[in-house]
Design a binder for this molecule. Structure first.
Ligand SMILES: C[S@@+](CC[C@H](N)C(=O)[O-])C[C@H]1O[C@@H](n2cnc3c(N)ncnc32)[C@H](O)[C@@H]1O
Length: 396
């Protein structure tokens, strides 16, 4: 069997806490792929652990995943796993990998070690570089016809003397969509915002509320939640595009549909964003314009400067299917003038009075009681929780 027909082990890096929702995203992508192409996407979820998911599948899943999944941080291709306690063996083992299938030249080499005989990262990386250079001396690299290439990074990890060698297929971390042009204080990472939004909508669908929804963020900052609602096409490059074996797969016309986009429609029709700071509104405007320019659909969005805590909104949002999503200041980097729990309660009360949403999704410091329906993860080194609150029943 040649490499084009084999399956490979992959490791999908996930922000800790978001593993379950990521598995749901993979399952939804598989359904979308099946409905568009009438064949199963052969992605096996082998196991999940804190911070990642082990997958097995053909090489082309690297394209499918990088192009479509919006929660993970990075996809690694496992090239080799072996026991190793000395540098000559490391050199030998790395020299056996067919590097000219995997890169034109290797990108940055990064190593880590825990509870292992080999632990000096400088020496590990130097040995790896020598082994790869030696391989290319004896087996010339394939001709690189790209003017600019993202040469894939190599990750070498030692754990209990087991060495795992992984090739990065993503390039820049996947949370960077290449669409954020404006920022404001304490912006959310795009993949974290998407995870909350996706989880929110999935829960609503499970409750029998399929939308269409009107999404409103009353403290939108640079508008990450709002942009993520409509980011279907990501206009950036990935390092899998510069893996010679992948290019071979892509040239095979029967496999091209693996490289397509399969955006999930969150069924959000209207978007509203408010913030008391005019600079936040300007950056949200830039970001949403950019998303709009890459989107196939024209969508409605309205952004206005307004203090959330003023009683009456200057802007009437008359819709019965409003869902509010927000990450208000936590009282860490952005100050709040009340004890945290009180602030959260008055936020919820005000959102209900002001917008009468069907549901509220709030990302806040993890300070409430543990609940099964809560998404817990880390944001900027802080433990945070995304909670959904019901207001009235959906009347759509
Ligand atoms: C944590 S940031 C939100 C970040 C945003 N999700 C993003 O990704 O850019 C909180 C935002 O709340 C805004 N804010 C704070 N108090 C507000 C109020 N009373 N009314 C409206 N906006 C407020 C701040 O200006 C800030 O932009």
């Amino acid at each position: 069997m040649n490499a084009q027909e084999c399956t490979f082990p992959f490791f999908l890096i996930i922000p800790p806490g978001l593993e379950k929702v990521s598995i749901k995203e993979i399952e939804d992508l598989k359904k979308e792929f099946l409905s568009k192409n009438n064949i199963q996407a052969n992605i096996q979820i082998v196991s999940s652990e804190k911070g990642g998911i082990n997958l097995q599948g053909p090489l082309e899943i690297a394209a499918l995943i990088n192009n479509n999944l919006k929660i993970p941080s990075r996809l690694l291709l496992r090239l080799a796993t072996f026991r190793c306690r000395d540098f000559p063996k490391l050199f030998l083992k790395l020299g056996k990998i067919k590097w000219n299938d995997w890169c034109y030249e290797i990108g940055k080499i990064q190593s880590s070690a825990a509870n292992s005989t080999l632990f000096d990262s400088r020496k590990i990386e130097k040995t790896a570089k020598q082994a790869i250079d030696n391989f290319f001396k004896n087996n010339p690299a394939k001709k690189n016809e790209h003017k600019e290439a993202i040469h894939p990074k190599l990750f070498i990890r030692f754990q209990d003397d087991i060495c795992t060698v992984s090739l990065d297929t993503s390039g820049e971390r996947l949370g960077k969509r290449g669409l954020k042009v404006g920022t404001h204080i304490s912006p959310l990472r795009e993949n974290l915002a998407y995870a909350c939004l996706y989880y929110f909508i999935s829960q609503l669908k499970e409750k029998g509320c399929p939308g269409p929804y009107t999404l409103l963020d009353p403290m939108c900052g640079s508008g990450t939640f709002l942009s993520e609602a409509k980011t279907s096409h990501v206009p950036r490059d990935f390092s899998f595009n510069y893996i010679p074996l992948m290019e071979k797969v892509k040239r095979n016309s029967t496999k091209r549909f693996w490289f397509d986009s399969y955006p999930l429609d969150l069924n959000i029709k209207n978007i509203f964003g408010f913030d008391k700071d005019s600079r936040a509104i300007s950056s949200a405007q830039l970001n949403l314009n950019k998303v709009q320019s890459f989107s196939k659909e024209i969508f409605n969005f309205t952004l206005k400067q307004e203090d959330f805590f003023v009683k009456e909104s200057i802007f009437k949002v008359s819709d019965e299917s409003i869902i509010v999503i927000c990450n208000p200041p936590y009282g860490k980097r952005l100050v709040i003038n009340e004890p945290r729990q009180l602030y959260l309660e008055s936020f919820i009360e005000q959102a209900k009075v002001k917008f009468s949403p069907a549901y509220l999704g709030i990302l806040f410091l993890d300070c409430s009681k543990k609940s099964e329906d809560t998404l817990y993860f880390e944001h900027g080194g802080l433990k945070v929780a995304f909670n959904i609150y019901a207001n009235t029943k959906f009347r759509i």
